[in-house]
Design a protein around this ligand. Sequence first.
Ligand SMILES: [Zn+2]
Length: 870
Amino acid sequence: MNLFKLFILFIIASISDQTMVFAQLITPGVSYELAVSRKKQIKNINYKLFFSIPKLIVDNVQAHETIEFELTQIDKDLIIDFQEDSAHILAVLTNGKYKSYQFFNEHIIIPSKNLKKGKNTVYIKFIAGNASLNRNESYLYTLFVPDKASIVFPCFDQPDLKAIFELELSIPNEWTAISNSKILNETRRDEKLSIKFNKSSLISTYLFAFACGDFKKISKTQNGRTLNFYHRELDTLKIRNNVDTIFSIHFAALDWMEKYTGIPYPYEKLDFVAIPSFQFSGMENVGAIFYRNSRILLSKSATIEDVLKRATTISHEVSHMWFGDLVTMKWFDDVWLKEVYAELLASKMVKPLFPTMNHDLNFVVSNFPRAYQTDGSIGTNPIKQKLDNLKFAGTLYGDIIYYKAPIVMANLEKLIGDNVLQEGLKEYLKVYRFGNASWMDLIMILNKKTQIDLLKWSETWVEQEGMPIISSKIVYNEEGKIDSFTIFQEDALKKGRNWRQSIEVLFCKDGNYKRFPVFIDSSKIEFTRAIGFEQPDFILLNGNGYGYGYFLIDSISQDYLLEHVNDLPDDFVRTISFITLNQALINYRLDSKRFVRIMGCSLKSEKDKQNIQLMLDYLQKSWWYYLNQDERAKMASTIEDCLFDFIKNQQNSEIKSAAYQTLVSIFISDSAKNRFYTIWKNQQGIEGLKLSETDYSTLAIELSLRNYPNSESILNEQLSRIGDEELKRKIEFVIPSVSMDSKVRDKFFESLKNPENRQQEIWVRTSLYYLNHPLRAQYSIKYLHASLEMLEEIQKTGDIFFPKNWLAYTVGRYNSAEAFKIVTDFLKDHPDYNSNLKDKILQLSDMLFRAKNFVDRRDIFGTENPYNDD
Ligand SMILES: [Zn+2]
């Protein structure tokens, strides 16, 4: 035994049990153990915070704070989170006299001997971390979800240690500031404005927020309630065109929530701030919602989807004031809960705002295709996921939370009744207000109000991942009548599970529908009610659209629908047919050329706005990923002409715009290129549709992507045309990613390896979209391995949606055998990779795995579009 080993043995022997536990608690991030232990130890927390914000980005943000809290136990040292370098800590003073502390693994550790039972204070002087301050030239804003408050200031950064915040900001004289509470007072001294805010309510650290800078303010009052809107938009016409709608959606959402929950708006005020290039659509900071500028301030060429998304986003964030803010999850493994309620309630709230819209159809279109896309992949995850450390909380966000969970909840509402659900939610909010609660707390409340075993239901739909494949076998007798009809259920992930759900089988014969509810709970169900019926024109196993799974369509029905889907009189049946056909497409069960033609060229006979948007989405995706280069070249002029005609003959500007945006993203023929060049050059819009600065910038970029002659000068001229400074900076950032010079693109990709160049995540996302565009895929595939290698760091340095977006615009852009090999080799080379991140990779490269599965069955591989090379 050498001396070193002896030394280690000595150390281990001298560590007491308590220290061993302690050592586990102080890993980087907030471990679940630390959170549980602190929740038992600490209560009644109050942060008095001061930040001095300098005008110049290069200068530090000097800060100090006093944390007051009560301790119920002093057998342990106190751990305060601070994800910064130790040099950022300038002084620590415990209970007014003790200066000693340790700094280890992003935690300030206060020795227990300097603490007492009951009330304690810790004063800390520090330099605030910049990483979650989003500092820009003339403004900054915080974004603390899920665990990023402790980057800026030392705190107990876990959702169930709610605290009162007393904030004071010293900012440049001409700036203004917004936080969770109203301004208490303002004083001006030496070119600085000092703003003190009222004491906040009890809020979680991730919901504490402030923004300051050169913002303009608009206020409106309705029924005694005043809301303030802060923005930096210079286009006064845009403001004028949008402002009334933005306010009225907020007022309506607040009224709706108060009525639904029976609880008046729980905070002293509500402001909302439009932030250029904000990372998310919106963030529900208590009393101060932050939005991405472009999500709420719509341009002249807004599509139906934009208009609807704005209403949904606002309603979603407003409902968070109750679900998420007033009652918060205990730990981020339940983050889906606040999201699903915000989504579910938002979908109810927007109904009266769009009285002519088919909302059932909207719900299906908005949620099912996206849920299937992820839940059908081998990397899918349950709605409720495990989380060992808050630093991985960002990996929990994704399509399952945002799209599957609302479907599951809507089904729960159907199962127990909307009144029962509403009553349960009311009770849940009342019992846990200003506190925290878990999914199980809600299930327990609901379980008392219904006969149905919700624990079992939760096990199937919330705690287990994946979806069933539902198929049928129909035997007809000599007279063409149904002899037997068997429905099969199979586990897409081959784990032998069965789902229990009600579906509705739909028969259509000569335009007449017959609907049969069927309860499925096993792998084989004899559907006897169908026996004796004449052979229908087509059958949809998911006839009401609310069944969940991959519904295989029989070949007779598929052929019929490919021929007649546009003539079906019922809007909703067409929606379900489109979704069913798309499921067949992505599983290589139908001819993609036929699918593309229907999506592109039968738009003119589609009357429903939502269906048009769905068809356009499907067109775009199938165009790039389910056709090969030759097929695209052959079909281009047909599809482009269909879209040009559609835009010309369409009266509604939102639909016109939606079709225009799709056309811009898919055109490849020379004549279309020339036509778009002229549109860009003349700046007169297209067929009566006015285009914005953003649209013309996109057009210039898309032309460069297609190697249009003189692209460089087109881009330069476009830059000189742009009046909006923010947009100009974004376009400047994006331009190298579409350069015709591959060396410029290589350099751009290299530059992304420096986290400083990834700060504007929206810009990075757009650039990656172009850099890895299918038109450039053959060249850009060389970035793929490095993009995967960077993922862990992206997760660490980026905001919650960034890992997913990073993957969506890197691996998600490829569908070749080469890409498949890169991804699978990467996973092989990293056997101990973080499992949530690994799942994300598998989810976003689903297209590769489906193609591989298909070609494996046929023993060919290596073509871009395996189906059509069959
Ligand atoms: Zn949300």
